[in-house]
Design a protein around this ligand. Structure first.
Ligand SMILES: C[S@@+](CC[C@H](N)C(=O)[O-])C[C@H]1O[C@@H](n2cnc3c(N)ncnc32)[C@H](O)[C@@H]1O
Length: 164
């Protein structure tokens, strides 16, 4: 087993203490802020020319050990491979979220909603680039086999409150 050392380059501030949406909600209420360690501030130059970024972080407060098959919370009874899921409980608990930049002030990036607990350690930020990062023929994988309305299912997956 090879181990690597990663360091946190900042923290993610959100209104969520120990309960967060399953995926980022674009119009989520509250303040979402990425606070980069000041020694990296110069690295933010030109980032505000992009509309979206990838935020990569350590999911640091897990209470369970990973299992190689999972049952997503919004579809109990369905069993899929861990790596065919977005479960946070993984051998390397690394999370990735795509969010919209609202503004950048010094070492802080204010964003649309994030699906992480307050003070989650930040590992990296990358620009989300049109065409490079979107595939026209992307599909829904095993989600297509579920016996439910796709639009309704996506509201569950994204954690968007809705009427049943
Ligand atoms: C399903 S994961 C998805 C993360 C990311 N968007 C992805 O796809 O890699 C999001 C969940 O991780 C959990 N979570 C978020 N931040 C966490 C942290 N710092 N420690 C432990 N669990 C966390 C919350 O339960 C949240 O609903």
């Amino acid at each position: 087993m090879t181990n690597f050392n990663l360091k946190s380059i900042g923290v993610i501030r959100t209104p969520y203490i120990d309960n967060a949406p399953y995926q980022p909600i674009d119009e989520d209420k509250g303040e979402f802020r990425i606070v980069l360690n000041t020694k990296y501030t110069e690295g933010l130059l030109d980032l505000d020319s992009f509309r979206y970024i990838y935020v990569i972080y350590l999911i640091d407060r897990l209470r369970r050990r990973p299992s190689m098959t999972v049952s997503p919370p919004w579809t109990p009874g369905t069993k899929v491979g861990l790596f065919a899921s977005r479960s946070p409980v993984r051998p390397n608990p690394i999370g990735i979220s795509i969010v919209r930049i609202k503004k950048i002030v010094n070492n802080e990036i204010f964003t649309s909603g994030l699906d992480v607990f307050d003070n989650t350690p930040l590992l990296d930020i990358k620009p989300y680039v049109k065409d490079l990062d979107s595939k026209n023929d992307a599909n829904y994988g095993w989600l297509d086999d579920l016996d439910s309305n796709k639009e309704h299912l996506l509201l569950h997956i994204k954690g968007i409150p809705h009427d049943y």
